[in-house]
Design a protein around this ligand. Structure first.
Ligand code: SME
Length: 151
């Protein structure tokens, strides 16, 4: 399914009135993982600015040990500090990277802003080398803007 067709489906989940925020986030993870063949792990991390740590929220894909990530550590931790999208075409070329599984070849992280504050991020791992384009970034920026409405 293409990104334009996915956007209204994301919005549909966001505006559902009978399920919790966490259920909505899980449904979005599932939608994206089902629709995009190279999205193999899809999850959300949320920031605790007091402790300077990221905390794993809803996700689909392999279980991960990395439920808490300090700001600055790994791809996710760097995005907590930089407030910028981070596209990693080849994780083996990164020094500051937290490996979850050897099957992961690439990763994209896009921050979520609420009233200008970076409150967390969507994190996607792929088993494919260099699959992400600027279209993924624009689509995931749409997703994070929709998710921001829940906060
Ligand atoms: N690879 C990430 C850690 C989180 S897992 O991908 C689920 C990182 O380097 O921050």
């Amino acid at each position: 399914m293409n990104f334009e067709a996915l956007k209204p489906k994301v919005t549909e989940i966001i505006i559902q009135f009978d399920i919790s925020k966490d259920e909505k986030l899980t449904k979005i993870c599932q939608l994206l993982q089902d629709a995009i063949p190279y999205y193999n792990w899809v999850g959300f991390y949320f920031a605790n600015h007091e402790t300077q740590t990221l905390h794993l929220g809803s996700y689909v894909g392999a279980e991960t040990d990395h439920t808490v990530i300090p700001f600055g550590k790994g791809i996710c931790g760097q995005v907590a500090v930089s407030n910028q999208n981070f596209v990693v075409p080849d994780v083996s070329a990164q020094d500051n990277y937290i490996a979850c599984s050897l099957t992961v070849k690439s990763e994209i992280v896009v921050p979520i802003f609420v009233e200008g504050k970076n409150i967390g991020q969507i994190d996607i791992d792929s088993h494919v080398l260099d699959p992400f384009t600027s279209e993924d970034e624009r689509f995931l920026e749409f997703v994070t803007q929709e998710v921001a409405k829940l906060f």
